[in-house]
Design a protein around this ligand. Structure first.
Ligand code: S3P
Length: 191
């Protein structure tokens, strides 16, 4: 992973931060977008795991969700210091306004969405033990409940959205790039 770290002073937003629920395609699509646009790619979850020296499921089970959220806040601050980077944000990043404030200093935020069923199919395909919040008896219910609670946070975070339901990753890439370019051209637009 290449590394552009911004210096001090006024910031131009050159990063694309992908936010959204688990399984909406942030990492798969983000990697492809980065490749297409010649940008770097970074996941806040990977920064958390590197900093903690253990996997996310282990952080949740050994230290608890609050400890994970503290690592995540630091990861957002570190990610926001980059330039020209596609940042795939963990699904819960929107719950902490400090995370969004940090990301907004350097990034256009684009929200990826999908229906609960599609989210479930995608996340189960990757193994539910990778996502502690969905490692429960009724994961569809967990997705629906979490989404209902979080929807206002996602919707308030950015007006730039892509519904990925029924789209393959390459179709998502086109829509995300279009949303990113539109947002970049709207100077002064809230992102
Ligand atoms: C979480 C989403 C996960 C990961 C952690 C918590 C959440 O990331 O950060 O398991 O609270 O929604 P992805 O959205 O990349 O799966």
């Amino acid at each position: 992973m290449g590394g552009n770290v911004a210096g001090r002073g006024a910031r131009r937003r050159t990063n694309l931060a992908l936010i959204g629920f688990m399984g909406t395609g942030k990492s798969t699509v983000g990697r492809l977008v980065a490749k297409r646009l010649g940008m770097d790619f970074l996941e806040t979850d990977a920064l958390v795991e590197r900093e903690a020296g253990k996997t996310i499921p282990r952080i949740f089970s050994e230290d608890g969700e609050a400890a994970f959220r503290a690592f995540e806040e630091r990861a957002c601050r570190l990610a926001a210091r980059r330039e020209g980077t596609v940042i795939s944000c963990g699904g819960g990043v929107v719950l902490n306004p400090v995370n969004l404030e940090a990301l907004r200093t350097s990034s256009i935020l684009v929200l990826l969405e999908a229906t609960p069923r599609e989210i479930l199919e995608r996340t189960l395909g990757e193994g539910k033990e990778k996502r502690p919040l969905l490692d429960v008896d009724d994961p569809l219910r967990a997705v629906e409940d979490l989404l209902e609670y979080r929807r206002p946070f996602y919707e308030a975070a950015t007006p730039h959205r892509v519904d990925t339901t029924g789209l393959d990753p390459h179709a998502c890439v086109e829509q995300v790039i279009a949303a990113f370019k539109r947002a970049l051209s709207e100077t002064g637009a809230p992102c």
